[in-house]
Design a protein around this ligand. Structure first.
Ligand code: SAH
Ligand code: SF4
Ligand code: F3S
Length: 478
């Protein structure tokens, strides 16, 4: 693991004010001689999507700035932060069970602070549950309140009692330092929140309305990341297609396509990705930007959710299966050999066998390189949770198996096309099963395994694909 630390180039006044607590915490530990070898340790547990991973890198950045050093062992930590997800029931259950397991750590070390943030605790009922049933949790903070963490830590260290922040201040906190998990792969948040209110989804309720960072702040961060060794940068947002950077030099709003052009124009050898796109907003300009920019990865994640128009309408997705497939067709014509991937929900309320067949049919026609599929999970407060005809679990599970089988069959076919070709791959890591094998990723999303020296990690290498499995490729360096 190659962790790096970057300071933010731009800071908003409110965040600057709040970050003063960083120095208070630093002084608190310095007075106790707790620096260097004796510095207190932090541990962060992250659930959920890339957005949360990016947020956790900012939490880690603040921990480092406060004088904590990182540990991979919760038992050693004096500050544990859990960054939660609420997208499905399973994610919440896992977070609650992990938090429950930290009770023993707290029993052994009463000075331990446990803070819980993220999407789960942005719901009042869940924050209340932690307040009432998890007395060893020191504080919670909602997704809009990450910049308050240093204050929460300072107040907890000073014995000011437990805090449960539900600020609902969904502004952009510009200026939080970042402790990056990987030197060569980087997340770059360009916008936060979502306005789409798909009827099954909790995200708009726990992430607030859409707001975009300024193009200037994004470009500065991109420059800092590239200078720091980033070779694979992913622009993040719940729906990056509605990025709105305000009026540009020509008076037109700076959109995602402009942003891609601007970042790709930066000096350096890197690859640029973006996610996620909403099919109703994926624009021709974005497709053209991907086609035109050599540094833009030829991968488009375009979640369809269902292939049935009836279900798509009930999901409030605002497109039909035909309109979706037309967009994929346009993409394939503009970007030959592009990898298209998708998210699909199985067992949305009212989904009939016929609806499900329509989804399978769409999968065949879209020819996905990879599909991320989820069994529908009712979320409190969303319209779909109140819908009648919830699909029984056995039915969803059986459909899921069929979907996975078809997904694998298509992925196999798509993978076979690479055999014999030479691809440019970023060597990312050593394989978990063989220390002499490296794993990396080319434009297609699947992992590529090849024999190589560890020293290649973080560099682009040309490999010839020698074999294809369902979810990975085998290759040799050329
Ligand atoms: N903003 C992104 C993804 C958000 S959540 C987008 O719109 O694509 C990631 C995926 O989780 C979604 O694409 C959807 O497939 C799935 N998901 C969201 N809510 C869900 C729920 N209640 N049950 C099951 N899957 C869900
Ligand atoms: Fe959820 Fe839909 Fe927004 Fe994606 S676009 S985060 S699925 S509401
Ligand atoms: Fe989960 Fe929140 Fe992401 S609900 S999927 S962590 S935006």
């Amino acid at each position: 693991m190659s962790e790096t630390y970057i300071e933010s180039a731009v800071c908003d006044p409110e965040t600057a004010e709040r970050l003063r607590a960083v120095d208070d915490v630093r002084r608190f530990f310095a007075r106790l001689g707790r620096t260097g070898e004796d510095a207190p340790k932090y541990y962060i547990q992250t659930f959920g999507c890339q957005q949360n991973e990016a947020d956790s890198e900012r939490l880690a950045g603040m921990c480092a700035a406060m004088g904590y050093t990182r540990t991979g062992l919760p038992d050693e930590a004096e500050l544990i932060l859990v960054n939660t997800c609420a997208v499905r029931e399973h994610a919440e259950k896992r977070a609650l069970s992990i938090i429950g397991s930290y009770k023993h750590v707290k029993d052994k070390n009463p000075g331990l602070l446990i803070g819980v943030g993220g999407c789960m605790v942005t719901q009042k009922a869940r924050a209340d549950k932690l307040k009432n049933s998890y007395p060893y949790v020191s504080f919670t903070f909602d997704t809009g309140a990450a910049n308050r963490v240093p204050e929460l830590v300072r107040d907890a260290l000073n014995g000011r009692g437990r805090s449960f922040v539900l600020s609902e201040e969904w502004k952009i906190a510009e200026g939080l330092p970042i402790r990056r998990e990987s030197k060569h792969m980087a997340w770059l948040s360009i916008m936060y929140g979502c306005n789409n209110f798909c009827s099954y989804c909790i995200v708009p309720y726990v992430r607030g309305r859409e707001r975009s960072r300024s193009a200037g702040a994004i470009l500065k961060e991109a420059e800092a990341l590239i200078a720091d060794g980033a070779k694979d940068i992913t622009l993040l947002g719940q729906n990056v297609n509605s990025y709105d950077g305000g009026p540009g030099e020509d008076g037109r709003r700076i959109d995602i396509a402009d942003l891609i052009h601007k970042i790709c124009a930066l000096e350096g050898d890197f690859r640029l990705r973006f996610m996620t796109s909403h099919p109703k907003d994926a624009s021709d300009r974005l497709i053209e930007a991907m086609a035109a920019e050599e540094k833009a990865a030829k991968h488009f994640h375009l979640p369809v959710q269902s292939g049935s128009d009836r279900i798509l309408a009930a999901m409030n997705r605002k497109y039909t299966a035909e309109a979706y497939l037309e967009k994929v067709g346009k993409l394939r014509r503009a970007v030959p050999d592009v990898s298209v991937t998708s998210d699909i929900i199985v067992g949305f309320p009212g989904e009939t066998e016929e609806d499900f067949e329509a989804t399978l049919d769409l999968m065949r026609r879209a020819e996905y390189d990879m599909v991320f599929s989820f069994i529908y999970s009712p979320r409190d407060g969303t319209p779909a949770a109140k819908m009648e005809n919830q699909v029984p679990r056995e039915v969803s599970s059986e459909r899921m198996e069929r979907l996975l089988a078809l997904g694998a069959e298509i992925a196999d076919r798509r993978n076979a096309r690479f055999v014999g070709r030479t691809l440019r791959v970023l060597a990312e890591d050593v394989s978990k099963t063989d220390p002499e094998v490296l794993t990396g990723r080319g434009d297609p999303v699947r992992p590529i395994h090849f024999r190589g020296e560890k020293s290649l990690i973080g560099q682009f290498v040309n490999v010839r694909i020698t074999g294809a499995r369902t979810y990975c490729l085998e290759a040799e360096i050329v």
